[in-house]
Design a protein around this ligand. Sequence first.
Ligand SMILES: [Zn+2]
Length: 256
Amino acid sequence: MAETEVSKSVLAFAAHPDDTELCCAGTLRLLADRGWRITICTLTNGGMGGFGMDEATTIATRDAEARESAAILGAGYRCLGGRDGFLYDTEALRIAAQDLMREVEAGIVIGHLSLDYHADHRAAASITDAATFLATLPNIPSRFPPLRSTPLFYHSSTLGLTDPLGYSLPRPHFFVDVTGVWATKAAMLGCHRSQAEVMRVQQGIGDFLGMMRRQDEAWGSQAGYACAEAYWQHLGGGFRKTPLIQTELRDFTLVP
Ligand SMILES: [Zn+2]
């Protein structure tokens, strides 16, 4: 497939339900508005993110919340079923992730950053990285034919602006202005009602929505936007380097 023939399908991987909303939902909204099909995939079921609910009830609650959120974008939602808090980079999850890339014919994959604060997010970054590379290989066991070209692979920003050691993250490759679509992010995050309680009890964050706003404003202040999301494009060997999101959203993108 030529560079100009990328399938207009974007697949966003996250460790947990609500991560996509916090990290990249504004960009997904902008891409959806330009005709891209959107699929949101969580690698774990979020079952440990419950207070006053057992694991099974939490999984069912969070699945319903995630589906409600994805519906706001008109996006598909899939969960690969890893256990929350115990996400490992396994052969089974790599195969499942690349299977989904083939199934939705992903042209763009977005995943976590390997410098993320959360161990599950770092595992998710590793799984997504490996799976993107595998999605074109014919010898990988899969129910679907291999993709004809490796999806463009991007990392979204973490929560907070530092790595786990408190150092500033590398300078983002680009920022996306999400000011005009921030209401969509807010509506999607608002679907995750169970997590507002978890953030309050476990992390002392009583204003879940405000937390996202402050993060997006912090990135925005580096780009001259009111609210922004930050991205790094995966440019390692074997990965395509076409600046596809940057081109698709050229009117909303700042490359510092
Ligand atoms: Zn998470």
